[in-house]
Ligand binder design. Structure first.
Ligand code: ARG
Length: 603
C-alpha cells in the first residue's frame, strides 16, 4: 500500500479521514519544555514564521521510535485541518501560550477537554507506512488484534499502556524462526500450498534483511513483535493471512522466549568459560604466591592465591551446570498449545519441534504435554533468572574480594588503569568501579527474580496479560549478568599480583597456629587438648611481645612438655604448604593438580 508522494496527514481532532492511507496524528501530549532537542533542530530548518507551528506539531506527535526516523525534508507543508475556522495558521498558538493552556490538563488527548487547543496538518511526502512507524495515533489507536466484534481500536492510552514492541522487538529472530517452522508444517498438512510457503519464506527473508539493516519500521500500534511481523508479512505476501492458523500469540510468545533463552544461555555459558579462564590464568601466572586465607575476614590459614581463585572457578562451574540443567527443561516446544486448548486442526507438533531443534539427546522431538500448562508456564524464565541471580551473587562475592585486594590495606593486586576510574575530586584515587558495579548490579538481578516470582504467584490458569511483564525482567537479567561476566573477565585479565605484599601478609606465623596443634596431634595428643595448648602458646607469645615462631623450645615446653626441637619446623611456610596434601586442600601438589585439571577442562 505504498502511498504516493504528497499525501496529507492531518493533525487534529478527527480520528480517521478517508482511506486507511491517511492517518491523523494527535494533539499536544507534551509541553514545549519537554521537547526533545532533535525536534527543535528539525523545526529550525523551516522558515522562521513556520517554526512555532512545526514545533507545535511535534509537541503533539508522540514518537516512541528514534527521532532519527523522521526525515526533516519530508515535512514540506503545514496546513490547516479541513473545516477549521480561520484557515492556515491563525488557530496556531505560540509555544508559551500552549504551555500555559495545557498545564494541569491530562497528559493525553486534551483536545476534548479543551476545544481551543490548536490543531493543524502537515504534508508528508512519504509513505504512510513510514509515518505510522513514528506516530502514535490520538484518541484511539488503529484496530489491532481485534476481531469484527470491535467497533473501534483501543484508546491511545490503552495502546501505549499495553504495547510491548518497544522491548519485545528483540525476539524477532526467534519469532520468524518459529513462524517458518509453523508454516512448513502447515504446508505439510495441506493448509498452505508449496507456492504459499515459498512466498512466506521469501517475505520473511526480506523482512529479516531489513530488520538486520535497521530499515524495518516497528509500529507501536501493532502492539508486539508477533503482530508487527505477521502484519508486515501479510502486507507483502497474501499467504501471510494463513500463517496464524492453529496458533495463538500465547503459544507463540512462549516459544519465542524459550528459543531466545536457549541462545542467551549458550552465550552466557561461553562468557562464563572466559571468566573461568581469566581466573585460572591469574592463578597459574602466580602459582607460587601464598596469601592468608580468611574466615570472619580475620587471617586464618595460608592458602595459595591460585587456590582462592580456583574457588570461584568451582562456583562458576556450578553456575554453568545449572544453566545446562535449566536449558534442558526449557528445551520443549509449546507450539500447538494455541491460546490454551490446542487446535481442532491436525497440526504436526513433532515436526515443528524437530525443525526448531527441540529434541532430546537421541533426536526425539520434545513437545509440551498439556496445552494449558504450555501457555501459562514461565518456569524456564524463573529458572534462568534464579540461576542468574546465584551467578550474580557469586560475581558480587568475587567483586568484593577484588575490591578488598585492591585496597591499600591489602594491596595484593593492581588493576590496570583501563579497568579502574578516577575520582573527580581526589587526584590520587584509582577506584575498582568494574568490581563495585558488578557487586551493585547483583541487586537488580536478584530483584528481577523476585519480580518474576511475584508476577506468577497469583495467576489463574492460563495465559494472562500479566505475563507480558516477564520479558523486561528476563532481558535485563541476561544483559546484566552477561555484561558483568564479560567485564570481570576482562578486568582480571588486566590485573597483576603484588607478590611481595602477598608474601608479607602470608608470613604471619599466627596463620600456622593450627599446624602447631596438628603437630601435637601427630605426637599423640588429643586435638581438643592440642587446641588448648596452642591457645596458651599464642597467649604467651603475645604476653612476651614475640611473634609466635620466635618462642624458644624452653618457652614452648613451659606450656607443655610435648613440644620437641622439631616444633620450630612447623613455621616453615614452604613445608607447611607441602603438608596440605589431601584432595581439595590448598597444598602445593594439590593446587598444581587442580590448576592442571582446570587447564585441561577449560582449554
Ligand atoms: N505481547 C504478549 C506477551 O508478551 C504476547 C501475547 C499476547 N496474547 C494475548 N492474548 N494478548 O505476553
Amino acid at each position: 500500500m505504498p502511498v504516493g508522494a504528497g499525501r496529507e496527514i492531518g493533525v487534529g481532532q478527527s480520528q480517521q479521514r478517508g482511506s486507511g492511507t491517511e492517518a491523523f496524528l494527535l494533539q499536544m501530549h507534551k509541553r514545549p519544555g519537554e521537547l526533545d532537542e532533535s525536534f527543535v533542530e528539525i523545526a529550525r530548518r523551516f522558515p522562521a514564521n513556520r517554526q512555532p507551528e512545526i514545533l507545535q506539531y511535534f509537541v503533539g506527535l508522540e514518537v516512541k521510535l528514534p527521532v532519527e526516523a523522521i526525515e526533516p525534508r519530508e515535512v514540506t507543508r503545514v496546513l490547516p485541518l479541513p473545516g477549521e475556522r480561520g484557515g492556515e495558521g491563525n488557530n496556531l498558538r505560540g509555544l508559551g501560550t500552549h504551555a500555559a493552556e495545557s498545564s494541569g490538563s491530562p497528559a493525553r488527548d486534551n483536545t476534548h477537554q479543551n476545544p481551543a487547543a490548536p490543531s493543524f496538518a502537515v504534508t508528508f511526502p512519504c509513505p504512510v507506512a513510514r509515518l505510522r512507524a513514528m506516530q502514535r495515533p490520538s484518541r484511539q489507536s488503529s484496530i489491532v488484534a481485534r476481531s469484527g466484534r470491535f467497533a473501534s481500536g483501543p484508546a491511545a492510552e490503552v495502546a501505549a499502556f499495553s504495547e510491548s514492541i518497544s522491548f519485545d522487538w528483540r525476539l524477532w529472530r526467534q519469532d520468524i524462526a518459529g513462524s517458518l517452522a509453523h508454516a512448513t508444517m502447515l504446508q505439510k498438512i495441506g493448509i498452505l500450498t508449496a507456492a504459499e510457503l515459498k512466498s512466506i519464506q521469501t517475505g520473511f527473508a526480506e523482512i529479516a534483511t531489513e530488520i538486520e539493516a535497521g530499515k524495518f519500521r516497528w509500529k507501536p500500534e501493532l502492539e508486539d513483535v508477533h503482530m508487527n511481523l505477521e502484519a508486515e508479512l501479510t502486507h507483502r505476501v497474501p499467504a501471510g493471512a494463513r500463517l496464524h492458523t492453529g496458533r495463538s500469540r500465547n503459544d507463540q510468545v512462549a516459544l519465542d522466549i524459550r528459543l531466545w533463552l536457549r541462545d542467551e544461555t549458550t552465550a552466557l555459558q561461553t562468557d562464563l568459560r572466559t571468566l573461568q579462564r581469566s581466573l585460572l590464568k591469574l592463578g597459574a601466572a602466580n602459582a607460587t604466591v601464598v596469601i592468608p586465607g580468611y574466615t570472619h575476614l580475620q587471617r586464618a590459614q595460608p592458602v595459595y592465591l591460585a587456590h582462592h581463585l580456583l574457588a570461584y572457578v568451582e562456583m562458576l562451574d556450578r553456575d554453568h551446570g545449572r544453566l545446562a540443567d535449566a536449558a534442558a527443561r526449557a528445551n520443549v516446544c509449546p507450539l500447538g498449545a494455541g491460546a490454551l486448548a490446542g487446535s481442532t486442526l491436525p497440526l504436526d507438533r513433532e515436526l515443528v519441534a524437530k525443525l526448531l531443534g527441540f529434541v532430546d539427546a537421541k533426536g526425539r522431538p520434545q513437545v509440551t504435554q498439556n496445552s494449558m500448562d504450555a501457555v501459562s508456564d514461565r518456569d524456564f524464565a524463573v529458572e534462568f533468572c534464579a540461576t542468574a541471580a546465584l551467578l550474580a551473587v557469586h560475581l558480587s562475592r568475587l567483586a568484593e574480594d577484588v575490591i578488598l585486594w585492591a585496597s591499600s590495606e591489602f594491596n595484593f593486586i593492581r588493576i590496570a588503569d583501563a579497568y579502574t576510574t578516577g575520582s573527580s575530586l581526589m587526584p590520587q584515587k584509582k577506584n575498582p568501579d568494574v568490581a563495585e558495579l558488578t557487586r551493585g548490579k547483583s541487586a537488580r538481578v536478584i530483584g528481577n527474580l523476585m519480580s518474576l516470582l511475584t508476577l506468577l504467584k497469583g495467576l489463574p490458569m492460563t495465559y494472562n496479560r500479566d505475563l507480558q511483564e516477564d520479558k523486561e525482567r528476563l532481558f535485563d537479567t541476561a544483559d546484566t549478568v552477561r555484561a558483568c561476566v564479560r567485564l570481570m573477565a576482562a578486568m582480571l585479565a588486566h590485573t597483576t599480583v603484588n607478590a611481595p605484599a602477598c608474601a608479607a601478609a602470608a608470613s604471619d606465623p599466627l596463620l600456622l597456629a593450627t599446624d602447631l596443634a596438628d603437630y601435637l596431634v601427630r605426637r599423640g595428643m588429643a586435638f581438643r587438648e592440642a587446641h588448648h595448648v596452642v591457645g596458651a602458646v599464642v597467649a604467651l607469645a603475645e604476653g612476651l611481645g614475640k611473634p609466635l615462631d620466635q618462642l624458644s623450645l624452653v618457652e614452648l615446653q613451659a606450656v607443655n612438655p610435648a613440644f620437641a626441637p622439631d616444633a620450630a619446623d612447623i613455621f616453615n611456610l614452604g613445608k607447611a604448604m607441602a603438608r596440605r596434601a589431601i584432595t581439595g586442600a590448598p597444598g602445593t601438589k594439590e593446587v598444581q593438580r587442580q590448576l592442571a585439571k582446570w587447564r585441561k577442562l577449560l582449554r
